[in-house]
Design a binder for this molecule. Structure first.
Ligand SMILES: [Zn+2]
Ligand SMILES: [Zn+2]
Length: 148
């Protein structure tokens, strides 16, 4: 978790003015990877009780546009945000409870950008989602079956 001074430096580096809502939201995304907007509003309000929902939406938009934060949205899920950016990592998503975990690129750094055929697109991101059951849900499921 970066110190406030570090968060301020990151905002300035992205040409964003340092504001308390931006610091609060960026800190919340760092502390809670893959949090959704609703949780981020709650977390930001722990630091800044008066911050409005619209402000948090606007800040998330600005942080995403400048690349400080990455927005992911697995099909069937609401948008989630994370501060681990630039490494093109992937996600494992639980079909049952919606838990999300980071998965590094299977073969080193961002090789998944090398599409077999790029169709002339200038590609800058590849998104892979591994679907399945998280450990908690697969344990629950196998003990269900044991009692059948
Ligand atoms: Zn699960
Ligand atoms: Zn992630």
């Amino acid at each position: 978790m970066p110190a406030t001074a570090e968060l301020e430096r990151m905002l300035r580096g992205a040409s964003l003015r340092v504001t308390r809502p931006r610091i609060a939201v960026l800190a919340a995304v760092y502390e809670h990877p893959h949090a959704d907007t609703h949780s981020i509003i709650g977390l930001a309000r722990e630091d800044l009780p008066e911050v409005s929902q619209q402000t948090v939406y606007d800040v998330l938009g600005a942080l995403t546009d400048t690349g400080l934060v990455r927005r992911i949205q697995p099909p069937g899920s609401v948008a989630r945000y994370e501060a681990r950016v630039g490494d093109n990592h992937h996600h494992a998503v639980c079909r049952s409870c919606g838990a999300i975990s980071d998965v590094d690129c299977a073969v080193g750094s961002a090789p998944c950008l090398t599409a077999s055929d790029d169709h002339g697109y200038a590609l800058d991101e590849a998104e892979v989602i591994y679907w399945g059951l998280c450990p908690g849900c697969s344990t629950a499921r196998s003990s269900d079956q044991a009692t059948l």
